[in-house]
Structures are given as C-alpha cells and as structure tokens.
Design a protein around this ligand. Structure first.
Ligand code: NAD
Length: 260
C-alpha cells in the first residue's frame, strides 16, 4: 500500500480533529505528496501549520459554492503538479438549526444548501479532478449511515448523504473506463466540528461505542488506514463502494442485550 510519488489533494481539513486530517496523515505516512484546500482565511491559519507538519506548503482557499475559487484551486494544482492522483472530498454542511428536532421541518433553502455543499460538490470536484487524471486516479468522499437508517437529528443531512452515496455509484460508472475509482468511507460518529453541530452528538457517540460489535468508535487512524487501502493498488478492483468504518455498528437490528 505504497503511495510514493502520488499527488493527493485534501479538501476538508478544518483542524486536527477533522476526518480529512486523519486521512492526510495516513496518506503522508504511505508516501503521498499533499496539497490542501481550506474554506476561508480563518481555517487557512489553522490548516497551514498542520500541512507544514506533513511537509506541505501547498494550500489553496476553496469554497465549493464558488466556481471561481474552485477554478483557482484546481488551476493551482494543474500549475504546480501538472496532474493529480488522489482527491479526498471531506466536506458537508447544513444549517445547524435543522440538525436538531424533526426532519419534517426541513426548509427548501436549507435543503438546497445541504445538497449543494454536501452532495453536488463531489460531482463538481470530480469533474475538475478527472481533467487532471489522464492516467487514472482515486476519488474518496465521506458519508454516514444516516443515509439509509433514520438517525435522530441527522435529518436533511441523511437525505444529502443518500444522494452522495448514489452520486458515488454514478461517478464510479462514468469514470471507471478512464481508470478513475470513486468510493466513500462511512465512519461511525466522530468528535469533529461538523459532528458537534448535530443534535445529540454525545449520546450518539456513546450509544455507538456501547453497542457496536467491536464496542469501539472509529478513530482517525482507522479511517486513514482505510483511505490508504482504497487509494492504493490494494484497492484497485473496488469502486462505487461505501466502506464502513464503524466498529460494525451498521449490522445491528437492536442494541446489545446488556443495554436494553
Ligand atoms: P469537519 O468540520 O472537520 O470538516 C468539515 C469540512 O467541510 C470543514 O473543513 C469545512 O471547512 C468544510 N466545508 C463546509 N462547507 C464548505 C464549503 N462551502 N466549501 C468548502 N469547504 C466546506 O468535520 P468532519 O466530521 O471531519 O467532516 C468531514 C466529512 O466527514 C463530512 O462529509 C461529514 O459529513 C463526514 N462524516 C462525519 C462524521 C462525524 O461523525 N463527524 C461521520 C461520518 C461522516
């Protein structure tokens, strides 16, 4: 699972708790060269020292709702690297006020925002990455099991993740003939900025840990290791897949007997 000489663009590091950061560390450990996008100056100040700790000074501001900023970011990758091997898309957003309470209260405006940032952005960046991957490559996104199982408070984000997982399959089919693989990792709950915005985050974290077959939540290292597998030759026959890194929680039909 050697990624020496591979060029990876990491989108979605906010801080050292970010899932994208766990993936960046693992890809770096496997030998990949890294570039990072960040969302605005405030995040840029946090991401720069993290990138430097992995030997990267390649950072570009990119907001996925802004075509011009995506043009600049992918233009910078083309200018500096001339191509790309790995794209990590670890981006999602919904108005926090709709990540509490009942799904039925979802507004049209936040539905649109959540879908555009959390799902459409994958399609948009995949199209841009494809142009830089004439020899093939790997695209990886992040999802959550709230896509197909009702999870309290996850609400519109569950619908966005269902659309994202479907987009993974359609993109995998479009790009497969070009040697580009598209997959998603589905971790259990993680203590991140985005994760903390979801109602009942602590309870969800505790519930998963107490009931998952492995009696453990996912870790940044475990997610990173899965990303290395999917992005390396070892994953060469896997595309259009959603790989769970959740301690096995998704197999349950009921909480464990000791927790009933
Ligand atoms: P995080 O807050 O560290 O990362 C979310 C990132 O999305 C941030 O870097 C933020 O800047 C970026 N982002 C949001 N809107 C953007 C925009 N308009 N343009 C560019 N970037 C934007 O949280 P995280 O938990 O590491 O989230 C990464 C991914 O993992 C998300 O897709 C999330 O849904 C998914 N995920 C999270 C969990 C969890 O429990 N935390 C579980 C499964 C999947």
């Amino acid at each position: 699972m050697n990624l020496s000489g591979k060029r990876a663009l990491i989108m979605g590091v906010a801080n050292d708790h970010s899932i994208a950061w766990g993936i960046a560390k693992a890809l770096h450990g496997a030998g990949a060269d890294l570039a990072f996008t960040y969302q605005g100056e405030a995040f840029g100040k946090r991401v720069a020292p993290l990138a430097a700790s992995l030997g990267s000074d390649f950072l570009v501001d990119a907001d996925v709702t802004d075509d011009a900023s995506l043009d600049r970011a992918f233009g910078a990758v083309a200018d500096r690297w001339g191509g790309l091997d790995i794209l990590i898309h670890a981006i999602a957003f919904s108005d926090k006020s709709e990540l509490h309470g009942r799904f039925i209260n979802t507004t049209r405006e936040n539905f649109r925002t959540s879908m555009v940032i959390s799902c459409y952005s994958l399609i948009d960046v995949a199209r841009r990455a494809r142009a830089l991957m004439p020899q093939g490559g790997t695209i990886l996104t992040l999802t959550y099991q709230g896509s197909n199982r009702v999870t309290p408070h996850y609400n519109v984000m569950g619908v966005a993740k269902a659309a994202l997982e479907s987009a993974v399959r359609y993109l995998a089919n479009d790009l497969g003939p070009e040697g580009i693989r598209v997959n998603a990792i589905s971790p259990g709950p993680m203590k991140t900025l985005a994760g903390a915005a979801i109602g009942g985050a602590r309870a969800t974290f505790r519930h998963t840990e107490a009931n998952a077959p492995l009696r453990a939540n996912a870790t940044l290292d475990a997610i990173g290791g899965t990303a290395v597998w999917l992005c390396s030759e070892a994953g060469r026959c896997t595309t259009g897949e959603v790989v769970r890194v959740d301690g096995g929680f998704h197999v349950l039909g009921m909480p464990q007997a000791e927790n009933l």
